[in-house]
Write a protein that binds this ligand. Structure first.
Ligand SMILES: *[C@@H]1O[C@H](CO)[C@@H](O)[C@H](O)[C@H]1NC(C)=O
Ligand SMILES: *[C@@H]1O[C@H](CO)[C@@H](O)[C@H](O)[C@H]1NC(C)=O
Ligand SMILES: *[C@@H]1O[C@H](CO)[C@@H](O)[C@H](O)[C@H]1NC(C)=O
Ligand SMILES: *[C@@H]1O[C@H](CO)[C@@H](O)[C@H](O)[C@H]1NC(C)=O
Ligand SMILES: *[C@@H]1O[C@H](CO)[C@@H](O)[C@H](O)[C@H]1NC(C)=O
Length: 432
């Protein structure tokens, strides 16, 4: 009896060390709310919708909305960028809401290169501009080549109905049009603004986009490749043995030695590189700047850093979420702590995001089942969860204030980036 009480006490302590974990939404299958003018795109019709292929992946928040991505890895995904209203959904006490296509159904049209083809990640800056990565292809995991549009970065204004502010297409040299896989994005608002993008395609890279110069270059290194000893792992009795290159990236908050952290899914190493090196396109070989920070206890998909320098990331084979306070304990060997571990709720934490109010949110999607063609629509597969860690995103200064952000106007135009090719075309984007 005494022993039991003691154990209970211990459990309480362990549990209360971190803010409680909350399941905010959960779904067996993802569905979409009706198109407003319903003539062409039919939601959930047998031809355009295959439930098991609609896997939520990316999550970001802005004001009263959660924005989600549904990458088109296989066929039957009618919407690739969507949102759910927070307070309205809460008021209705709905835990499995239909997703709304965002910014419109027209922007979801596969085969139309003005619309999004397959979105895996996006980021929202502190002025409500969403930077969306469109891989340009659909059915990226199929054996055949489906739609081929240029991979691009599109900046939408969430404060103005999602109007397109910029459309940056990447050339073949930056992101191969038939094989690149734009995976994750972080934003740096210093020095005129940069976006760092992971490309997990067969030639993995970090793409660096300078907003000020409207130019991109890419940085490659062996550390961005899948590592053979980490390809195979088990999540909840299901074996994953797919080599997956650089995936999750995280940026430290604004500081003199600002650092980008990254890891392949098929690697247990956490790597880091100073952004000063990434920004300098004349550094040809980054070998001497890449830091092998240390070995995690498992593979990781997405990760995120807070404005106070705390890194949050999933441990896939452990159904867990870990944190590493890089300020309090700079030594990785002794720094990380396991925050949450739950074999039912935390299967494959995929992406993380902060709300401005200090809450950390994430998506779990049991991706091991999707990889093995065994998604079961009679079980809960997708969850949106959160925890009030009382920190902000890495985009903010440690004291919580937002950096000064460059103004991005629609007048700047639709720009095709084609460095070292003769095809640089400037198209004027007409906002209508
Ligand atoms: C909301 O739903 C939960 C679970 O279905 C139920 O327990 C609760 O009473 C509901 N609350 C309201 C206000 O309807
Ligand atoms: C992809 O494009 C590159 C460059 O244009 C080309 O060399 C390669 O053969 C293409 N691969 C496939 C699978 O189409
Ligand atoms: C900068 O950050 C890297 C990566 O975390 C670290 O290895 C290096 O020691 C830091 N340099 C300084 C001067 O703090
Ligand atoms: C960029 O890298 C080149 C080559 O290593 C170096 O000579 C130059 O000083 C660097 N520029 C900056 C601004 O650090
Ligand atoms: C917050 O920190 C930034 C960067 O150090 C500084 O520029 C700013 O003045 C600070 N703001 C406040 C309110 O302390």
């Amino acid at each position: 009896m005494i022993r039991l009480t003691f154990l209970a006490c211990l459990l309480t302590i362990v549990v209360t060390e971190y803010p409680p974990l909350e399941v905010n939404f959960q779904w067996n299958v993802i569905k979409y709310s009706d198109r407003v003018t319903d003539n062409e795109v039919v939601k959930d019709s047998p031809n355009s919708y295959i439930a098991a292929n609609n896997v939520i992946s990316g999550i970001k928040l802005w004001k009263d909305y959660i924005y989600l991505t549904i990458p088109r890895r296989k066929s039957g995904v009618p919407v690739t960028l969507a949102r759910i209203p927070l307070s309205a959904t809460k008021a209705k006490n709905v835990t499995s809401p239909d997703l709304e296509a965002y910014p419109s159904w027209d922007m979801q049209l596969a085969g139309d290169c003005n619309a999004f083809q397959s979105v895996q990640s996006m980021e929202i800056d502190p002025q409500g501009r969403m930077w969306v990565l469109d891989t340009g292809r659909t059915e990226t995991m199929a054996d055949y080549q489906a739609t081929k549009c240029p991979p691009r970065l599109v900046i939408l204004d969430l404060e103005n109905g999602g109007v397109v502010l910029r459309n940056i297409e990447f050339s073949q040299e930056i992101a191969a049009h038939n094989s690149s896989n734009l995976n994750d994005i972080v934003l740096d608002h210093q020095d005129g603004g940069y976006a760092y993008i992971s490309d997990s395609g067969p030639e993995p890279a970090i793409i660096v986009y300078s907003l000020k110069d409207n130019k991109a270059h890419k940085v490659t290194h062996n550390s961005m490749k899948a590592e053979s000893d980490a390809i195979t792992f088990v999540v909840s009795d299901t074996t994953v043995k797919e080599p997956i290159n650089i995936d999750g990236i995280a940026l430290s908050p604004p500081e003199p030695n600002r650092t980008l952290y990254y890891s392949s899914v098929s690697s247990i190493h956490l790597y880091a590189i100073p952004v000063k090196v990434l920004q300098n396109s004349s550094v040809r070989n980054v070998q001497k700047y890449v830091v092998d920070v240390g070995r995690k206890t498992s593979q990781t998909s997405g990760m995120v850093m807070s404005n106070t320098g705390v890194l949050y990331y999933g441990l896939l084979a452990d159904d867990a979420i870990a944190m590493w306070d890089t300020v309090a304990n700079q030594i990785f060997a002794s720094g990380p702590r396991k925050m949450y571990r739950n074999h039912q709720l935390l299967q494959w934490p995929d992406t993380f995001a902060f709300h401005e109010n200090g809450r950390l949110w994430w998506v779990t999607n049991r991706f091991q089942n999707f990889l093995n063609n065994k998604v079961n629509g009679n079980e809960i597969n997708y969850r949106i969860m959160s925890s009030n860690v009382m920190q902000k995103s890495y985009q903010y200064f440690p004291n919580g204030t937002a950096p000064e952000l460059p103004i991005i106007t629609a007048a700047a135009g639709q720009i095709r980036i084609a460095i070292s090719t003769a095809f640089a075309i400037l198209l004027v984007f007409v906002a209508c």
